[in-house]
Design a binder for this molecule. Structure first.
Ligand code: ADP
Ligand code: MG
Ligand code: MG
Length: 929
């Protein structure tokens, strides 16, 4: 007795397949099924599953699973019935296409074979069926060509040569000018090419053709191109495993002027406008539109040419969108006035279009707000938040550095910060060009539209400061040699002189000579709406890092809900302040220091007041002085050089004095030649004394490891008058605002804390100053006091710190260094890339928050801190605070806010919404939305 084992089903007709099961049917197959089932006009066909592909590939001899071809035959029968044609039927032939398609769309797999089923007999049938000999031979030669190239691996050049040869012989340029006879000759020649190349006759049996084609599709899954693509894009088997094969009855767009083929987008993919977009060609087949052989016409032209079909296409567009609820990218063919849909998938769009269509689809009732939010990847917004180079501009970069801070900028090259400041204030667009930058260049940054350095990495001073300010920066463009003395830079054969226009693209790292047109950041009304929705669902609040009133104003425009980090030292570097700061550092006695601080106080107070006014009534967190103070002084080398020059000047000056004296002996009175004094000795001596003093101080302040040295609260406790001045400036600024009726919410934050004792002491200054200011101004200032969490010990002692601190703010840049015991610059420049390559570490922990180590520490600190103070406010202000993945983690451990640079605020707002929506156990929204 025969036992017929019914094994699992390997083939699904378009009527049967589950349109949601892309893993099994591939994206193309699943959508063909779905479109068929919702009543769209799809030619009949079927899909062989991806599992069958894996079965085939697992077979040692790569054989198709037993029974597969029987199943295929049954499905071909069904297609024959639906189409009224016969596969291999000489009188009325059915032709099919064989198309690959996996769960994710990916190039590299097998191309589509069209017109399969043609042979000497069916060719005649096709001529009869269509009454169009030219068409039939064209179809035939295409089939031999595609089948030979794709399924049998014949070098396509061999076909092209024959094709061109015939064209030359008959003297035509365009394929369309070839006659039926010419095409017949081409078909014959193609057959010969194929037989010569494979050593086998052309397979005449349509089923044999089909079997070969199916195997070729399956094999292409393991082809080099496809494997490379998956590796490069990290496509795992969970995401896509194996390719399906789609067999679809052919429809012909090349049967005359009432036939056409084209592609469409249900909305404009660049602007998002709710209008049909697309291109088509009349009398053409499949690939012709993309192949660029003829220039396709815009879809609007179809309105004139075939009004009824245009209307049908509009209907198709609406049906697709109502069903998929997402912008669709589709393929269609018109055969003798009948419209067929051959493929659809979610349309890839730029950020502008993505945001606009999502918001509009909510308004149209097609999707929910959470769906709209989740549809936009936060990082994508970068395109909308920074100016970009005009994508149509065809400029060629002269050098490439690291993309250190995104955005494009055009300006006149300037080689030092002072000139940049001067010209910038005069309203010129400036690009600051340096070998590398230092803290004292900061005023040049404020004035510049962009920053270019020839040395340094993504964490160099230039890169970090530029990112903080949201200004475009290209760092480490090593192809450029900067000569600051000459005020010139050299790139290859070009030179850039001061004042020359240059363009930077901080998103790619490219540098251009001359002006390349740019496009402004486009903060569209739709983006505003989307972000308001984001704020409604997010639990994390999004603050900005901002150091000046201007920064704050910009951050506010990006929707910052407060300032999470205001770095007071940035203000110290401005030109009008640095000399006072230096006096403060050089002071030998507390009285001298107090004198300098008294001059700084009103300046800082007005800075804070400016920020409070802009941000009112939102919270503003001010961090007390953090960096080691020697950062405000010139380097030892610079000072020694300057001293040497001054000493030379002194001996010259003395020489001139000697000369003047000598001359007065040599000439009679009134005839002595005039000798101009170079400088007054006294002044030179004064300058030397000052520089010597600075040098002495620089040497005294020298530290082996400044980042782990005398800085932050350590410095604040050594020189209490510095912190006291800053605290007073904050509280007086707040008091002045309050008196003017401006609501303020100041917060003071202490950096580098490792023990509660440090906090207690600073807290004591705060309390003392606060009550004296309140008495003097007659107002009550509502002030919060908190600590940075950037030292491992602080995390371990969170329970104690929370007794004094009302909030924690994780400084994850330092905390990451401390947790790994890596110095960032050294790690990134020396061994981190190797660690990443060898998978010793998965990511760069300075870019992607190390959830397992640093994150664990944060989580412990949050929990311990809240054990003491249940309503403890906790945030993050490191660079990680602007990165979606890290934001998701911050959400999950219960942080209250993240703080990031102004232009990243929108990205963070959307990421915060994603975090809330994707949180497990929140009913309603699943991951598949
Ligand atoms: P790709 O994934 O490269 O777009 P497709 O399988 O979609 O490959 O097919 C390539 C071209 O052939 C497309 O223009 C498609 O519309 C066309 N095509 C595929 N199958 C058929 C068919 N049965 N009838 C007519 N044209 C087809
Ligand atoms: Mg396609
Ligand atoms: Mg820090």
């Amino acid at each position: 007795m025969d036992v017929v084992m019914t094994t699992k089903k390997r083939v699904f007709s378009f009527e049967e397949g589950d349109g949601k099961n892309k893993q099994l049917l591939g994206g193309k197959g699943a959508n063909l099924c779905e479109m068929t089932q919702i009543g769209l006009n799809v030619p009949p066909g079927f899909t062989i599953t991806t599992e069958t592909c894996l079965e085939y590939l697992a077979h040692p001899a790569r054989q198709l699973p037993k029974g597969l071809m029987d199943e295929v035959r049954q499905h071909i029968k069904a297609v024959e019935e639906k189409s009224g044609k016969g596969f291999g039927d000489a009188a009325n032939p059915l032709l099919v296409s064989v198309r690959s398609g996996s769960a994710l769309s990916m190039p590299g797999m097998m191309d589509t074979i069209l017109n399969l089923g043609l042979n000497i007999d069916t060719l005649k049938g096709l001529i009869q069926q269509t009454g169009n000999e030219r068409f039939a031979y064209d179809a035939y030669r295409r089939f031999i060509q595609l089948f030979g190239k794709i399924a049998l691996g014949v070098n396509e050049k061999l076909f092209d040569e024959e094709f061109e040869d015939v064209k030359r012989k008959v003297g035509v340029k365009q394929d369309l000018e070839l006659s039926a006879r010419d095409l017949r000759e081409i078909s014959d020649r193609f057959q010969e090419v194929l037989e010569r190349a494979t050593g086998q006759p052309f397979p005449e049996d349509p089923y044999e053709q089909l079997e070969i084609a199916i195997q070729a599709v399956f094999n292409s899954w393991m082809g080099k191109r496809a494997v490379d693509y998956r590796n490069y894009h990290r496509i795992t088997p969970e995401m896509a495993n194996g390719t399906a094969v789609n067999v679809v009855a052919m429809v012909f767009g090349n049967l005359g002027e009432d036939s056409a083929t084209g592609v469409g987008f249900t909305r404009y993919p660049d602007t998002g406008e709710n209008k049909l977009y697309g291109e088509y060609l009349t009398n053409a087949q499949g690939e012709d539109v993309v192949a660029g052989i003829r220039t396709p016409k815009p879809i609007d032209a179809l309105h004139e040419e075939m009004p009824d079909l245009y209307r049908q296409l509009q209907e198709l567009r609406h049906k697709l969108e109502r069903h998929y609820r997402e912008v669709q990218d589709f393929e269609f063919t018109i055969e003798k006035g009948r419209l067929y849909c051959l493929q659809t998938r979610n349309g890839k769009m730029n950020a502008t279009a993505g945001v606009r269509t999502s918001v509009e689809m909510v308004r149209e009732g097609l999707i929910s707000k959470p769906e709209a939010l989740l549809r936009i990847q936060p990082e994508m917004l970068e395109q909308l938040l920074f100016p970009r180079l005009d994508p149509t501009a065809k400029a060629k970069p002269v050098a490439r550095g690291l993309p250190a801070s995104p955005g494009a900028a055009v300006g006149h090259a300037v080689f030092d910060a002072d000139r940049a400041e001067k010209l910038g204030k005069g309203g010129e667009r400036i690009i600051l060009v340096r070998e590398e930058t230092k803290p004292e260049d900061i005023h040049g940054f404020f004035a510049a539209a962009g920053i270019l350095t020839s040395r340094g990495g993504k964490t160099s001073h230039a890169a970090v400061v530029a990112r903080g300010m949201g200004k475009p920066c290209v760092a480490g463009a090593e192809g450029i040699r900067v000569d600051v003395q000459l005020r010139q830079a050299f790139v290859g054969d070009h030179s850039i002189k001061e004042g020359d226009l240059i363009t930077l693209d901080g998103t790619t790292g490219d540098v251009y000579i001359g002006e390349v047109p740019t496009k402004e950041a486009a903060f569209s009304p739709e983006l505003d709406i989307l972000l308001v929705w984001a704020d409604e669902v997010a639990r994390l609040r999004v603050m900005a890092n901002a150091d000046t009133p201007d920064d704050a104003r910009r951050a506010l425009r990006f929707g910052a809900m407060g300032i999470g980090l205001c770095r007071t030292e940035r203000m110290f570097n401005a030109t009008d302040r640095l000399p006072i700061v230096i006096d403060m550092i050089l002071a030998e006695t507390p009285e001298q220091r107090q004198h300098a601080l008294d001059r700084l106080l009103p300046i800082q107070r007005s800075d804070f007041k400016g920020i409070f006014e802009v941000m009112s009534p939102r919270p503003v967190t001010i961090r007390l002085l953090d960096p080691p103070i020697h950062e405000f002084l010139p380097s030892e080398q610079e000072l020694t050089d300057e001293l040497e020059q001054l000493r030379n000047l002194r001996s010259l000056t003395r020489g001139v004095d000697v000369l003047a004296g000598t001359l007065s002996f040599m000439y009679p009175p009134n005839t002595t030649p005039l000798v101009h004094q170079l400088a007054e000795m006294r002044v030179v001596d004064e300058a030397i004394k000052k520089k010597e003093h600075m040098l002495h101080k620089v040497r005294a302040l020298h530290e082996v490891n400044p980042m782990l040295g005398h800085r932050g609260v350590r410095l604040g406790l050594t020189f209490p008058e510095i912190y006291s001045m800053q605290i007073r400036a904050v509280i007086e600024a707040a008091a002045e605002c309050l008196k003017a009726g401006i609501r303020v919410h100041p917060e003071i934050m202490v950096p580098q804390v490792c023990t509660a004792q440090e906090l207690c002491r600073v807290r004591a200054y705060v309390d003392g100053i606060k009550s004296s200011v309140e008495t003097a101004y007659g107002v009550k200032v509502d002030l919060e006091f908190g600590t940075m969490m950037e030292v491992v010990r602080a995390c371990m002692r969170a329970e104690n710190l929370a007794e004094v601190a009302e909030f924690f703010s994780f400084g994850t840049n330092d905390l990451t260094q401390a947790t790994f015991s890596f110095s960032r610059e050294d790690a990134e420049n020396k061994f981190l890339p190797m660690y990443n390559d060898k998978h010793i570490l998965q990511d760069n922990p300075f870019e992607v928050l190390d959830v397992k180590g640093v994150g664990k520490l944060m989580e412990l600190a949050v929990n311990w801190g809240r054990a003491t103070r249940p309503n403890l406010k906790v945030g993050i202000c490191g660079e990680h605070g602007g990165h979606p993945q890290s934001i998701r983690f911050c959400h999950s451990v219960g942080l209250n806010y993240v703080s990031c640079s102004g232009p990243r605020v929108p990205i963070a707002r959307l990421a915060a919404a994603h975090a809330a929506l994707l949180e497990k156990g929140r009913g309603g929204v699943s991951k598949t939305v």
